[in-house]
Design a protein around this ligand. Structure first.
Ligand code: 2RA
Length: 335
């Protein structure tokens, strides 16, 4: 079978990656429709040797489609979700709009693919830092229940889209050229600097990005008792997030068993070269599918806890690849 696919937000950083992956992974396409805001209309995107025009995103454009991959902000996803479902398409949404909606499965194929069968027309793609974390945690949690996780994220500029990436590059050049620089996308300088994630801070003093990681991970693991402490940080890296993770289990977890579990885990690539002090780095994770995991070690301060470090491409597995993998699973199961 082949499928009529539309990409909403096809010209953004995530949308562009989705189109690239549909081609690279030879998704069984009957047709491809690229939809974006008025300002992108007229552009063409190369796909399989063709130049596919970008069309305006309007309610009328959502017809004769089987799968919609959403790469827009939450308000636009909420605005178009009903139109998409009523047009008979399945909406795989990368925005935060429906991630905590109990009627919408929140899916990372390597972890909770079975949840996909409960969809009623909408499937939510988790937040990037959540996806990268759960791909690494799940193979461990399956062996010895996780009780508590402490995470510090090192989030790339791509989390703020193509504009975030170009701000990092522009500011870097300006600083190196000893020029005045401006902050247009981020509230603080991102070049040669880092800052606690700039999403809205709640009454609990956690920011939205941190709450996403807590509540999405609990949903994906079906475990509301999972205790998570997290600090999200924006760092001067282009497109791959990293995370320092401390994991406390219900019982001791032998290092050899953890290494064996992770080296066999889907979506994980171990980078664990102690001799050469070579461990996951964003520059090596960028453009690749797997989450790089390394520096796995016993926590010396607690007798049933491990530490690890990971890096993963925020635009790829952190967003577009996960969504395309969901589409592949739906296509494989006949939607
Ligand atoms: C960020 N995950 O990195 C958020 C939104 N993409 O800022």
């Amino acid at each position: 079978d082949t499928y009529r696919v539309a990409v909403l937000g096809a010209t953004g950083a995530v949308g562009t990656e989705m189109v690239h992956l549909l081609e690279q992974r030879r998704f069984p396409l009957a047709s491809l429709k690229l939809l974006a805001s008025e300002r992108s209309v007229g552009r063409q995107i190369a796909f399989a040797g063709e130049a596919v025009p970008v069309e305006p995103l309007t309610p009328g454009a959502i017809k004769d489609i089987d799968i919609v991959l959403g790469a827009t902000e939450a308000d636009l996803s909420r605005q178009y979700a009903r139109t998409i479902v009523e047009a008979g398409a399945v909406f795989i949404d990368n925005s935060s709009a429906f991630r905590l909606d109990p009627d919408v499965p929140l899916v990372v194929p390597e972890v909770n693919l079975a949840d996909l069968k409960h969809h009623a027309g909408i499937v939510a793609n988790p937040n990037c830092s959540t996806i990268l974390l759960v791909v690494a945690l799940w193979p461990l949690h399956r062996r010895h229940a996780i009780r508590r996780v402490v995470v510090s994220t090192y989030q790339a500029a791509s989390g703020a889209g193509a504009a975030g990436m170009s701000e990092l590059l522009r500011q870097s050049r300006q600083i190196l050229a000893d020029e005045e620089f401006t902050c247009e996308v981020f509230p603080h300088p991102i070049a040669f600097n880092l800052f606690p994630h700039d999403s809205a801070i709640g009454a609990d003093h956690y920011c939205a990005e941190e709450r996403k990681l807590i509540y999405e991970t609990r949903r994906i693991f079906h475990d509301d008792t999972l205790r998570i402490a997290v600090t999200c940080v924006r760092v001067p890296v282009l497109r791959a997030h990293s995370e320092a993770v401390n994991i406390e289990f219900a019982e001791p977890f032998a290092l050899e068993e953890a290494l064996a579990a992770l080296s066999a885990a889907p979506g994980v690539h171990l980078v664990e070269d102690w001799q050469r002090n070579h461990f996951p780095m964003p520059i090596e994770a960028s453009g690749k599918d797997p989450v790089l995991v390394g520096r796995i070690r016993q926590d010396l301060s607690c007798d049933h806890a491990l530490d690890l470090w990971l890096s993963g491409d925020q635009l790829r597995k952190g967003a577009a690849l996960n969504a395309v993998q969901i589409a592949e699973a739906l296509a494989g199961g006949g939607l």
